[in-house]
Design a protein around this ligand. Structure first.
Ligand SMILES: Nc1ncnc2c1ncn2[C@@H]1O[C@H](COP(=O)(O)OP(=O)(O)OP(=O)(O)O)[C@@H](O)[C@H]1O
Length: 769
């Protein structure tokens, strides 16, 4: 591994923590936390600038359609209903059986009309109409359409239709039509969607970290008054008790819960997210009427998981083929690393047109973009580590161009709906068939011939393994974590009481990556039922002011307590909120409200830091050593399974590419297609074109070197964690290594040509002999 790659992996690990911090901050950003903790959290982060050139916005002609003739529309639907108006429900909510009475042909007419008049489109695609009809008739649906297949309309059309349905049936008044809640992890895309909907006169809003406090409060008011048809939020927000309470109070309730990227709910999926598991629980608790789960990639197993999580019967599953006859799926193997770039250059010269080249590492994307530029290609890098402005400019330029190449990590692509992408190149191996298929799906949306090239080399395995093995915590780490969670003072807590944890500190102290900590906490919550996430809070506030006199003139008790208890440094004044809380006898709520008030009046600029996750105790934590050990053992087993799944996913992709079979057919089979539409051989993949097997270069791992093992043991005193020692040898960073200064030692990454499992065996022997 080169020094650059090493640095890049460091960056990826560092940004993992950064990402985590940002997710925490996003959750806490909700000023309504005051209802829970009394924190009127003040935030002055730069608002994320959002992508502007998205598919909706690009299609200006679609916005011309007006929907002023609502009365006419209602008359039409009422005519169908003629004489069948049930009496008004007291609380405006219908029982499921009554809702299901809405008949299908009326739903079809309604949805087609909305499609035309609101969205300016002439007809439905794929199985959109069938899915929407089911939803309008009261059923839930799992919708598996390819990227760009038009999944959004499957919940947007019903979201608009509910109001008309209600009016037609006469079941609810306009304020009681409830809402469609859209849960999506793609915060940047939510705003685009909402802007597009607003331009069509559809009442939509987003609640995320980019909202100003005023906008946030206005949205809350709209929600309370039943003014909104759609609300978008991130899954993490459902951890916030205050937010969930406000959703439960929406007049008319949640008519439809749309879960975007629904494959994240499955532990078999390629991007499992623990917060997704909580969505199904939320759906039950908030008495959501029906659910629409949307994804572009779901194997039959993942689709089953989604269906079972939301109790959706098989007739609610709407899938379409992943086979794309206009895509040439090519693969090549490069035994010589140096050939990679020259072969790519040859390919790009032969296949001009807008192209995305995917790399694993950010640095790799930058270097390759430079390399291509030096060879006169119009190339730019794109990855999550770049400034938002730069990323937006690159995205806009790509949309407008007919020859640009974007060299990108997976950060590029979500929501990219450019019809004429001619090539997708996988310069490095993606993590799974699902990711690969999603990325390939971005090519040739205009139906014209496009090429997808897959580059195979063994070094990619090494990189992938670093991510996979780096995730799994050791037994020692799990034990430390459980002992910390079940500390003496927590064992004294009563059920219903809360406690706070800093994941940042816990990650450092237990040597567990913060992403994995989230998964473990989700296990403790959902599987064991010990705790329940209740939001997050800040522990430290600091402020600066140009007008200290104005503050000191504030005679309010909270103001005086803050002034007395704070520590003034050069620029910032630090407010140790918990200490002041104790010394003043005031509540946290009162103190934070005062800080917020100063800020809102422009008297100070505030920054809140030290985010902590808050959990409510649901039942007593394990008390004995045996109980803790048992949970550690079970968690370790779960982690082992996850690690194996991740390794298997990459292997499955390699097997698919290196098999003596048609790639297109193998891909479709993987996603459960039995369709006869694809013949034995597609005629447009490497296998079909050449009947030559693409082979992975034969570079087997080397056995652990006894002298190097001894050297690590000489230089590192730890004997409590063989996985830790194996990570040092393999070159996987971890919080404990940073503390122990391991990276500076020559032994770090000294055996990166070995198999990680072999290293683990060697060090296990040394530690437990
Ligand atoms: N029935 C239709 N007729 C014409 N255009 C449509 C239709 N349905 C969707 N579209 C358009 O297709 C594009 C992609 O739709 P959408 O963003 O909903 O796809 P998606 O399946 O959610 O994709 P992704 O997986 O990338 O999020 C949009 O520009 C949308 O307006």
């Amino acid at each position: 591994m080169t020094a650059t790659q090493r640095k890049e992996i460091d960056l990826a690990f560092a940004s993992d923590h950064e990402l985590h911090k940002r997710v925490n901050a996003a959750i806490t950003q909700n000023p309504d936390l005051s209802s829970l903790f009394g924190d009127v959290v003040t935030h002055f982060r730069k608002q994320d600038s959002q992508p502007t050139n998205t598919s909706f916005e690009a299609e200006d002609d679609e916005f011309g359609a007006s929907f002023d003739d609502e009365a006419d529309f209602l008359a039409a639907t009422e005519a169908v209903e003629n004489g069948k108006r049930p009496r008004d429900e007291d609380d405006g909510a219908l029982s499921l059986s009554k809702r299901a009475k809405t008949n299908a042909s009326r739903s079809v007419a309604l949805s087609n009309r909305i499609l035309k008049e609101r969205f300016g489109l002439n007809g439905f695609r794929l199985k959109q109409e069938a899915a929407i009809t089911r939803i309008l008739d009261g059923g839930s649906a799992v919708i598996v359409f390819p990227t760009g297949g038009g999944k959004s309309l499957c919940y947007q059309v019903p979201a608009v239709a509910f109001r008309y349905q209600d009016e037609a049936i006469g079941s609810r008044n306009g304020q009681m039509s409830g809402i469609t809640l859209v849960v999506s992890p793609l915060i940047a895309l939510m705003k685009d969607q909402v802007d597009g909907l607003l331009r069509r006169g559809i009442k939509a809003a987003v609640l995320n970290s980019s909202l100003s406090r005023d906008k946030y409060l206005a949205t809350q008011q709209d929600l309370r008054q039943g003014h909104l048809d759609l609300l978008y939020c991130a899954p993490e927000r459902l951890n916030n008790e205050g937010f969930v309470a406000s959703l439960k109070a929406i007049p008319g309730g949640i008519r439809l819960l749309a879960v975007d990227e629904a494959h994240c709910i499955s532990e078999w999926g390629h991007s499992f997210r623990p917060d997704y598991l909580k969505i199904a629980r939320f759906a039950k608790e908030a008495s959501v009427e029906r659910v629409a789960c949307l994804t572009a990639t779901a194997t039959p197993k993942v689709a089953r998981d989604i269906c079972s999580a939301f109790s959706i019967p098989t007739e609610g599953l709407f899938t379409t083929t992943v086979y794309r006859p206009n895509l040439r799926l090519l693969a090549q193997s490069n035994p010589k690393q140096a050939d990679n770039v020259s072969k790519l250059v040859g390919f790009l010269r032969q296949n001009p047109g807008p192209t995305i080249v995917y790399t694993t590492l950010q640095k790799g994307a930058e270097e390759l973009a430079e390399e291509l530029k030096s060879r006169n290609f119009s190339a730019k890098a794109f990855h999550a580590g770049m400034d938002t402005d730069v990323k937006m400019r690159t995205q806009d330029a790509f949309f407008a161009s007919d020859n640009m190449i974007v060299v990108a990590t997976i950060a590029f692509g979500m929501g990219i709906d450019k019809p004429n992408i001619r090539n997708i190149v996988h310069f490095d191996i993606p993590d799974s068939i699902e990711s690969c298929s999603q990325q390939v799906g971005r090519a040739g949306r205009d139906g014209l011939s496009s090429v997808c090239l897959f580059n195979l080399s063994t070094k990619d395995f090494y990189l992938r393994n670093i991510f996979t093995y780096g995730d799994r915590p050791s037994r020692r780490s799990l034990k430390l974590l459980m002992e910390d969670i079940c500390s003496k003072e927590r064992k004294r807590l009563k059920v219903g009481e809360t406690f706070a944890i800093s994941e940042y500190h816990q990650s450092r102290d237990t040597d567990i990556k913060s992403t994995m900590l989230s998964i473990i906490y989700a296990q403790l919550e959902l599987h064991y039922g010990f705790i329940r996430a209740a939001g997050s809070k800040y522990t430290e506030y600091k402020y600066k002011t140009d007008n200290p006199d104005a503050i000191s003139r504030d005679r309010d008790r909270a103001a005086q307590a803050i002034l007395r208890g704070s520590n003034k440094k050069k620029l910032w004044t630090y407010v140790p909120i918990e200490i002041i809380e104790k010394s003043s006898g005031l509540t946290r709520e009162e103190l934070v409200r005062k800080i917020d008030e100063w800020n809102e009046r422009g008297m100070i600029t505030v920054q809140a830091t030290g985010v902590q996750q808050v959990y409510r105790l649901e039942k007593f934590l394990p008390a004995t050593k045996q109980e803790i050990d048992l949970i550690v053992k079970q968690l370790d087993k779960t982690m082992e399974t996850q690690e194996k799944q991740n390794l298997d996913r990459t292997k499955a992709l390699i097997n698919l590419i290196t098999d003596k079979k048609c790639f297109s057919r193998a891909l479709a089979t993987y996603f459960g297609e039995t369709s006869d539409r694809i013949s034995e051989e597609c005629g447009h993949c490497t296998w079909c074109e050449t009947h030559q097997q693409v082979l992975l270069p034969n570079e087997p791992p080397q056995p652990p070197n006894t002298a190097l093992v001894k050297r690590i043991l000489d230089e590192v005193s730890a004997r409590d964690d063989p996985r830790y020692l194996a990570k040092i040898a393999f070159g996987i960073k971890s919080p404990r290594m940073a503390q122990e200064g391991i990276y500076r030692k020559a032994v770090f990454e000294s055996m990166n040509v070995c198999d990680f499992e072999d290293l683990l065996k060697s060090f296990t022997k040394e530690c437990f002999m």
